[in-house]
Design a protein around this ligand. Structure first.
Ligand SMILES: NC(=O)c1ccc[n+]([C@@H]2O[C@H](COP(=O)([O-])OP(=O)(O)OC[C@H]3O[C@@H](n4cnc5c(N)ncnc54)[C@H](O)[C@@H]3O)[C@@H](O)[C@H]2O)c1
Length: 351
């Protein structure tokens, strides 16, 4: 392992973070997590990861929180479009303003490398055949806008002491101890497994780059170790051409992985027609030795086996714990979060 060695991972209790932290720890990194803990209780199976953690809101980060780190991997966010529709202010304040606050304090504390978990979703309804990192952004939702605003603000902080990197992910799939069934392939697989059906409500043509959660963990580790001159203030579409799939193909993969499952396509007005086919050539040019280990087909099979081994039920699949918006809604209605999405009850600050 090269420098850096001490890494702050924000959002470590989320879907990606719960997979990434053990990968970094196994590689010898000293990891500290920082998370508001919204989804700490939302486990599918058990999470045996043990990591020193700071339970804190991004919006309340202070400079001492950032002391002594070589790098920050910034995953914490309200992580999908429907939450942005519920309350645009929260998404803006956490995803954009919270990111700027975190980065400003990281820079002041001498943190050199800041890996921002961004999204290809910012390309929106691109008419271009493929979108590379130079394509104009056309964010269609508050979530997508918050990522675009954050990237722009981080660019203004970049200098010879501070290197932000914009890791634009596709839609992530695969098993995590903090499972999400509100992303496309996970949702189709859960549906195929527990109901024997996959229903596509669009015409199936939109493109979605997908990427396996283990590969995401591996390429963030790669970014920790990459020479700074290769990544300083650069955006990367993180993925590989073979994982640019149309929604109909993703549905077929799910149906094929589950014996007897059937696909129905019933386009509805107002269906999600966002489409973006990402060009991944910059990533492969910069990191020619990195291999994406998981094809969607292989990993749909993995999900099938995993669901069998835990005997996933329809109740699990549709449980609010695995749909980010529904879980936050539950915490709000139960009075556990206030109207600023802050805990009403004290949470342990450092474990
Ligand atoms: N999962 C995907 O398909 C995908 C695709 C592209 C980009 N991303 C980005 O990757 C990151 C991780 O995604 P994920 O799927 O793990 O999301 P997630 O919702 O599972 O995890 C996000 C974590 O951030 C924490 N968080 C939210 N607001 C916070 C705040 N104010 N202060 C501190 N912590 C807070 C949550 O508690 C949660 O643990 C996000 O930035 C997301 O936008 C994810």
């Amino acid at each position: 392992m090269n420098e850096p060695t001490r890494v702050l991972v924000t959002g470590h209790n989320g879907y990606l973070g719960s997979v990434m932290v053990p990968v970094l720890q196994a590689a010898g990194y000293e990891v500290v997590g920082l998370d508001m803990g919204y989804f700490r209780a939302c486990t599918l199976g058990t999470d045996n990861t043990s990591v020193p953690e700071i339970t804190k809101d991004l919006r309340a980060i202070e400079s001492p929180d950032l002391q002594g780190f070589d790098a920050v991997i910034h995953l914490a966010a309200l992580s999908n479009d429907p939450i942005g529709n519920l309350n645009a202010d929260w998404t803006r304040q956490i995803n954009a303003d919270g990111t700027v606050r975190l980065a400003t304090m990281a820079k002041a504390a001498g943190v050199r490398r800041f890996l921002f978990s961004s999204s290809c979703i910012m390309y929106g309804m691109s008419e271009a055949a493929v979108v590379d990192e130079t394509a104009p952004l056309a964010p269609q939702t508050e979530y997508a806008r918050s990522k675009a605003v954050a990237e722009e603000a981080l660019r203004a902080l970049a200098d010879d002491r501070f290197s932000p990197v914009y890791c634009r992910n596709g839609t992530v799939y695969g098993l995590s101890p903090r499972m999400r069934f509100d992303t496309v392939l996970n949702n189709f697989m859960g549906s195929a497994f527990t109901t024997g059906r996959v229903e596509v409500h669009s015409d199936g043509t939109p493109w979605r780059p997908v990427v396996h959660v283990q590969d995401v963990a591996r390429y963030f580790k790669l970014m920790l170790e990459a020479p700074l001159q290769d990544i300083h203030n650069e955006a990367f579409n993180m993925g590989v051409e073979s994982l640019n799939l149309q929604v109909s193909e993703i549905a077929e993969i799910a149906v094929e992985a589950v014996p007897g499952a059937q696909l129905t396509m019933t386009p509805k007005p107002g269906a999600d027609q966002r489409t973006y086919k990402a060009d991944f050539s910059k990533f492969s040019r910069t990191f020619p030795d990195f291999e994406f280990q998981w094809t969607a087909r292989m990993r749909a099979q993995e999900l099938y086996e995993a669901f069998r081994s835990i005997a996933l039920t329809f109740e699990d699949f549709t449980d609010k714990r695995f749909t980010r918006l529904r879980w936050l809604d539950h915490l709000l209605k139960a009075g556990m979060l206030d109207d600023q999405l802050r805990w009403r009850t004290a949470q342990p600050r450092v474990a």
